[in-house]
Write a protein that binds this ligand. Sequence first.
Ligand SMILES: C[S@+](CC[C@H](N)C(=O)[O-])C[C@H]1O[C@@H](n2cnc3c(N)ncnc32)[C@H](O)[C@@H]1O
Ligand SMILES: C[S@@+](CC[C@H](N)C(=O)[O-])C[C@H]1O[C@@H](n2cnc3c(N)ncnc32)[C@H](O)[C@@H]1O
Ligand code: SF4
Length: 377
Amino acid sequence: MAGVYLHIPFCHKACHYCDFHFVTHLRDKPELVEALKKELELQRDFFGSDRVETIYFGGGTPSLLSEPELSQLIDNVFEIFDVIDDPEITLEANPDDLTDEKLQQLKKAGVNRLSIGVQSFFDEHLKWMNRTHSAQEAENALKRAQDYGLSNITLDLIYGLPKLSMEQWKENVQKTIALDIPHISAYNLTVEPGTPLAYQVKKNRVQIPQDENVLAQFTYLMDELESNDYVHYEISNFAREGEYSKHNSSYWLGKKYLGVGPSAHGYDGSDRYFNPADNKLYLEKIGKRELPAKWENTTIQDKLNDYILTRLRTIWGLNSHFIEEHFGSNELDRILKEVKPFLNRQEVEHKAGVLTLTRKGKFIADHIAASLFKIDD
Ligand SMILES: C[S@+](CC[C@H](N)C(=O)[O-])C[C@H]1O[C@@H](n2cnc3c(N)ncnc32)[C@H](O)[C@@H]1O
Ligand SMILES: C[S@@+](CC[C@H](N)C(=O)[O-])C[C@H]1O[C@@H](n2cnc3c(N)ncnc32)[C@H](O)[C@@H]1O
Ligand code: SF4
């Protein structure tokens, strides 16, 4: 299994909390699309004999691509790589871009999964975030997409917002369930350095809610989604059976993926590379037919810690057999010893050689992962 990620670094305007890579002018868009094609060509041999099973357009705002741009990029992936017959093709969309015409174009181009950035069904939150759409527009877009047969939808929600009351959060969750959305990503608001939100927090203009309120929202989310047949398969991701994101799951399961575009990262099954988060630099490099990728210099210890951090957050958990095979029996013994207090407190479960987080453990996932890390010898 292998995936291709294409980063589309453009947005209509900047959301106050966001530190993903994007610019708010579109003048380089045609040139960037050409560069993505060139980068795909330069990476022709990346997968060896592996077949591509997922294609993911992320950003930024990929719904800003025109129909010819999107179709061309999808065709490029099919021409350059060995792609399976019915790959998962996800495109992230802002609700205000999803007009009837756009939905038709997306379907025609072959997109079969939409990731829609709803964030909240309340206008006051959307305004506070500096989003470009209203709650009603988001709801209409979701229904329109379903009417077009694009029902394989994942919706992004954010909790832990300063002005999000428990009652409002309950409504957001209930509305999502009522709309019959098969996949939900719900993120706890993080204050990313350098964002307008970070500035507002620093100036005391915004108060981040207390941990206990955020935990109450997370608990409600888990309770309601689980009792409505969603599987909590990664700390921020819930899906109906068989509707897991194949592309994102491949990240968590350590599969190969190629990332193209500024700020994209990729993984060759052993090491990870990062492209510069800078459109100009990226275009210059690709213009010279050079790959802009910087490969990470990871030690075996980094790899183990990375495995712990990503896998513990998923339903697949830490696999003893895998740890022993890749990192040695000493490491497995060390982890099994370090995990004991968490097992005793029922924060971690150990079944059939796999360690997974319990409900209690999910509240302190990062703390547990850090406690199991291998620290410098
Ligand atoms: C964290 S959101 C998850 C989206 C959605 N909830 C879903 O499950 O499909 C995805 C974002 O992560 C970033 N991302 C994902 N894969 C990436 C990659 N290979 N390189 C760079 N950024 C990536 C992009 O900014 C993308 O918009
Ligand atoms: C890169 S965006 C992609 C989708 C698209 N541009 C949009 O906003 O609808 C990926 C998602 O990450 C989440 N996200 C971004 N920054 C965040 C933050 N600081 N805290 C929590 N969630 C965040 C949002 O839910 C957002 O939809
Ligand atoms: S959340 Fe999405 S739309 Fe908003 S700035 Fe980030 S990438 Fe752009």
